[in-house]
Write a new protein. Structure first.
Length: 167
């Protein structure tokens, strides 16, 4: 099962539309967003996907984000959000505090060996690695604001292969 994984759109509508377009062109039906969507208007761009997500530290309009999600049959929760997709267990986490603190938290999730995939955002830095049998993935930033590169990932949940798409 191929899944689109995106984080940190930060209300960049152009980038969000491009991510949605590229996922649809590849026939991807499931999308995971790892936080910092920012506004309900940006969230609407991702309607039509089987959508799972978490709120990020910059998602202030949670009430309206929640309403838009509910109206569009999208699933968004506080972090961490544990979901099962195609028999695989995922923990979705945005992150908090420093890069180091976020990575330590992510690594503790992976070391628990309870999850097939630990997906996170917040740092705006691509991270793909295995800890034991758990794949850790940060798709980088879709907005392109901090590192100047817009990226998202396509995860094959069966093989564990990850493709980073820069756009």
């Amino acid at each position: 099962m191929k899944i689109g994984v995106v984080s940190d759109t930060h209300d960049n509508h152009e980038a969000a539309k491009k991510v949605a377009e590229l996922l649809r062109k590849r026939g991807i039906k499931i999308m995971i967003h790892l936080g910092d969507i920012i506004s309900p208007f940006t969230l609407k761009i991702f309607s039509g996907f089987e959508y799972y997500g978490v709120y990020g530290n910059n998602d202030g309009e949670r009430l309206l984000l929640s309403k838009v999600a509910e109206e569009n049959n999208m699933h968004i929760e506080e972090q961490p959000n544990i979901v099962e997709i195609s028999g695989k267990k995922f923990i979705l986490y945005h992150g908090s505090g420093s890069v180091e603190k976020t990575r330590k938290t992510v690594e503790s999730f992976a070391k628990s060996e309870e999850y097939d995939f630990v997906l996170y955002g917040h740092t705006h830095i691509v991270d793909i690695r295995k800890m034991g049998n758990t794949l850790i993935l940060n798709p980088g930033e879709a907005c392109g604001y901090l590192n100047g590169k817009r990226s998202f990932a396509i995860l094959d949940s069966e093989s564990g292969e990850v493709e980073i798409i820069e756009f």
